[in-house]
Design a protein around this ligand. Structure first.
Ligand code: WTA
Length: 712
């Protein structure tokens, strides 16, 4: 099992036909409700013909035509230099104009963004398209004059869920500047590392924000970011600080003279200023979104202006069924790709009203999301299985108490268990909303597998067929096609280029090829796009009817509550702790978050500190380097790691122990005795903590049994 320096993985997807037949039993179809069918954007079956493989690449013109262009493209897609495909070549446009200016005439007084602060007594903020236009222009003027940024420079954001975030993103888009928003929950260190990678010297942040009813100090992270960036040779020049409460400052961190500025004070000089939008080439870059992969260094997925925007607009129209008059709420964080594509760019390009919520789903109680939906008249709802599980757990009857009506509901980010799906359908959707289970990833820009809400029947646990214009294929480890209905799992790939795909990994073209193409490209000199299938990074099975079931990541990524965490990132944070000799990260199945992380640590000889103290240090270090979401559930200090004779840590063995599952074959271990010792230590401790009540599905057992096989 090789993990090359470039980050390709040669792990095998080891699921036998019998296992799949028995354990991934197919569910029955659920027919979409009829009552909203008539108004559906994708209302008749001709759309499936229009996007059939023989109409590639022309089919995507339908998406590009949803946008306003300064200059029309000369060529739909340039495939002459695979895999660096370019869409809408020769075309010119501005993303901000598409999301804001062009709606002023018809929808100027309608709400573009409705922001719900976490404290329920605080007022909801309504931002019309006119108001959005004003705010975006003023911030763009500030960026241009005060920061001196130019088209295709990078500006990093480390912002919570406040409307200033989309305002600042759109201001960058107006100037042709590349934004790189780092999830607000990530640590300052993670932010600084990403600033250094993007060579970005300007940071946009906020003093504080609400989380679970508390005002959390956020500006302190900016100081850590500056330090981390400095270590990697980047000097942060300016920090623009929005204030959560106008005129007040809620942070322990001091404002540094000549470096830190309050945005509200700076904006006084830019009142009413308008900035001419830059007319950008379609293949220029709109933003970077960092994500985890096999190696420790996060990858900056680099997304284009024309290709990306056309793709998210088209998929928002047909899969989210967004019309301008809808009130659409995607309950995700803009710090992830879902928020970029389906809170900001797609919905605003369609001129609808997009709702943003600052806080946690259950604050102050599990009825909150449904009160928001009722009050704002939300009719399209979009969230992740982890949120659905949590809301079901703490408030299974809550949705029924509120008078809202959804026409469509989306799930994204992780597989959704059929019984959770059914609660979503019956209780949240009241049996009247179509569910789209959308499968995709940061790299693909938008949905790649899903059902069309009113045209295709749903099947709990399956995402559905390939999205419009996407040609999905499953390959086995030898690169042979796995036929549908065969019951065999393999690597899911996209055969053809599509407009939403990232351009490359920022600054690392080789890594882009190695990670996504090398495995199934048979001839690296080929100039034919058909020789370049895109490897998505998931294992999958395709049923006879063409629907896909996604089995999870095949690289060493742990999906915690829908967030990708690389085991290598976790492990390198742990070994920064002086006393730690070796570290291994494994996933543990969790009732609400899908998976959580557990760390195993072996200490250097003659460490005098107690195991508990080292464990605490490790947890704190991970939180510092990555963020709270990565904080391990447990850190186990063990006498030795189970290893192969060649010294490779067998993560699947410890993953088995942590999950009370079978540890599998241990005959190749150099130190098999250690397995029983660790099992006793860990499982006894877990039983004492009441953490032994796991009931793993067979699918989960299989995932655990093969975990980490791609890592060395
Ligand atoms: C997983 C999130 C099952 C998958 C948009 C993928 C899913 C990874 C689904 C990407 C789904 C996403 N069903 N699994 N509907 N959607 N995934 O980059 O493993 O944060 O590779 O993008 O999430 O995560 P990312």
């Amino acid at each position: 099992m090789a993990d090359t320096a470039q980050g390709t993985t040669t792990e095998e997807v080891e699921y036998s036909e019998d296992q799949i037949a028995v354990h991934w039993r197919e569910e029955e179809y659920v027919e979409p409700p009829e009552q909203f069918q008539e108004q559906a954007n994708a209302g008749d079956k001709s759309i499936l013909e229009r996007f059939a493989p023989e109409n590639f690449p022309d089919c995507f013109v339908e998406y590009a035509e949803l946008l306003s262009w300064d200059k029309k493209w000369d060529e739909i897609v340039d495939t002459s230099n695979p895999p660096f495909f370019k869409w809408w070549v020769g075309g010119k446009l501005n993303a901000c104009v598409n999301c804001v200016d062009r709606h002023l005439e018809s929808r100027g007084d309608e709400n573009a963004i409705v922001w719900v602060p976490e404290l329920e007594e605080d007022e909801t903020e309504e931002i019309t398209y006119k108001e959005l236009h004003r705010r975006v222009n003023e911030f763009a003027a500030l960026l241009k004059d005060f920061c001196g940024v130019e088209a295709q420079d990078r500006v990093t954001f480390h912002m919570p869920m406040v409307p200033d975030l989309p305002v600042a993103m759109l201001a960058c888009a107006r100037l042709g500047v590349i934004h790189s928003q780092v999830f607000g929950g990530f640590s300052g260190g993670a932010c600084g590392q990403r600033m250094a990678d993007a060579k970005s010297t300007i940071l946009v942040t906020m003093d504080a924000y609400y989380r679970n009813g508390e005002l959390i100090d956020h500006k302190v992270k900016a100081d850590e970011a500056v330090e981390a960036a400095k270590k990697e040779g980047i000097e942060v020049e300016k920090i623009l600080v929005f204030r959560r409460k106008p005129g007040e400052y809620h942070s322990e961190s001091e404002m540094v003279d000549g470096r830190d500025y309050f945005v509200d004070e700076l904006l006084e000089d830019y009142e009413g200023k308008e900035v001419e939008p830059e007319s950008m080439a379609a293949e220029d870059t709109l933003f970077l979104m960092y994500t985890s992969g096999t190696t420790g260094r996060p990858k900056g997925a680099q997304h284009s202006i024309g290709g990306y925007l056309s793709y998210v607009t088209g998929t928002s129209k047909y899969y989210q069924d967004i019309h301008p008059e809808d009130t659409y709420w995607c309950f995700a964080d803009i710090g992830w790709i879902t928020g970029h594509s389906y809170i900001v760019y797609g919905p605003l390009a369609l001129g609808t009203t997009t709702v943003m919520y600052e806080g946690v789903p259950t604050y102050p109680d599990a009825g909150r999301p449904w009160r928001i939906a009722e009050k704002l008249g939300v009719d399209i709802f979009h969230t992740a299985p982890t949120t659905i599980r949590m809301l079901r757990k703490v408030g299974p009857e809550e949705p029924g108490k509120y008078d809202y009506h959804f026409k469509t509901m989306t799930t994204v980010g992780e597989p959704i268990e059929p019984d959770v799906w059914r609660w979503y359908w019956k209780v949240v959707g009241k049996g009247e909303a179509a569910i789209t289970d959308t499968w995709w990833m940061t790299e693909t820009g938008g949905f790649t597998g899903s059902t069309l809400p009113f045209l295709q029947p749903m099947k709990p646990g399956s995402c559905g067929p390939a999205a419009l214009g996407i040609q999905l294929v499953i390959f086995d480890e030898n690169g042979e096609e796995v036929s549908k209905g065969s019951g065999k799992a393999g690597y899911i790939c996209i055969r053809n280029p599509w407009p939403g795909r990232m351009l490359t990994v920022w600054g690392q073209d080789e890594r882009f090829i190695d990670t996504y193409y090398k495995r199934f490209n048979k001839d690296s000199n080929s100039k034919e796009w058909r020789d370049w299938p895109f490897m998505c990074g998931d294992g999958a099975v395709q049923a006879e009817d063409g629907y896909f079931r996604i089995l999870g990541r095949i690289d060493d990524v742990i999906n915690v509550a829908g967030h990708r965490l690389g085991t290598k990132e976790l492990e390198s944070a742990a070994i920064e702790v002086e006393e730690v000799a070796e570290a291994a990260a494994v996933p543990v199945v969790d009732e609400t978050r899908g998976k959580v992380v557990e760390m195993y640590i072996a200490l250097k000889p003659e460490v005098s500190e107690s195991d508990e103290d080292v464990a605490k240090k490790v947890a704190a270090q991970i939180e510092k380097d990555i963020g709270k979401i990565a904080r391990p559930k447990n850190v186990w200090v063990v006498p030795d790691m189970p290893k192969t004779r060649s010294g490779k840590i067998m993560r699947r063995v410890i993953a088995g122990i942590s999950n009370f599952a079978d540890v599998g074959d241990i005959s190749t271990l150099a130190n098999p005795d250690v397995v029983d010792k660790i099992r006793e230590q860990v499982q006894n401790a877990k039983k004492e903590r009441g953490e032994d009540l796991q009931e793993l599905s067979k699918k989960e057992q299989e995932e655990i049994a093969t975990f980490g096989e791609g890592s060395e």
